[in-house]
Design a protein around this ligand. Sequence first.
Ligand SMILES: C[S@@+](CC[C@H](N)C(=O)[O-])C[C@H]1O[C@@H](n2cnc3c(N)ncnc32)[C@H](O)[C@@H]1O
Length: 252
Amino acid sequence: MNYVPRDSTEHVRALRAASFGARARAYAEHRPDYPTEAVEWGLEPAGMVKRLLDLAAGTGKLAAMLRAFGSVTAVEPDLDMLAQLRESLPDVAALKGTAEKIPLRNRSMDAVGIGQAFHWFDGEAALDDIARVLRPGGVVLLLWNDDDEAYPWVAEFAALMKSGGGRAYPHRLPSHEAFFPFQRDRFPHVQRRTAHSMVETLATHSHVLISSERERAALLRRARQILASRPQTARGEFDRPIVTTALRAVRR
Ligand SMILES: C[S@@+](CC[C@H](N)C(=O)[O-])C[C@H]1O[C@@H](n2cnc3c(N)ncnc32)[C@H](O)[C@@H]1O
């Protein structure tokens, strides 16, 4: 891919938001899932949920989990990510669309889940449209997986993961008049990994996807060096400690 100038923030942001489809299969294989407890915590205030939306569904990681609760619709703008989702989850209704213009009827959903994606949206416009498709008493659940940096090797690797930007989840809770105040909780979990899959995961991050071949090769080389130099990750399988941050809010 060509060199992308780093000085036009909005241009780079838009490129990054649209970058994931280039490695949709690797994304599906290597990116972490979410802990069941986080999803249960998010859905709990809605009571009975039958109709669930995975918004910005990507390859369907969250959609796959939401199926345990009811019938799931997935909305995603990237056609390569959608194709991957349709292949692995043929029973999920998968629609092309964005968070700011969700292709669903008013009050047609009991819950909307968003995994690792709210930071790519126009937050205000997206909450307007999420409020529109939710029934009163329905919930919106925002999830982000982050490395648990209490472990030194994880912190070192996480610095590479985050080298294209800061943390994804908002430091201040979102707020919107159509929702009761957002609540936050955190859920530790682990993902069974190898050094190879950690490097493959890094290669699915948007700042790596939009970087030049040279930048990407240098970053991935550095990642391999870090993993090879640590006894925890030098060979075989190991646990990657992750903390999931979950934000939930109820539709008024
Ligand atoms: C990091 S991926 C997360 C995918 C999936 N939710 C998951 O948990 O693995 C971010 C996704 O957000 C999508 N996306 C970016 N901008 C969007 C927007 N404005 N509306 C809806 N989806 C968007 C991307 O195409 C991509 O699939």
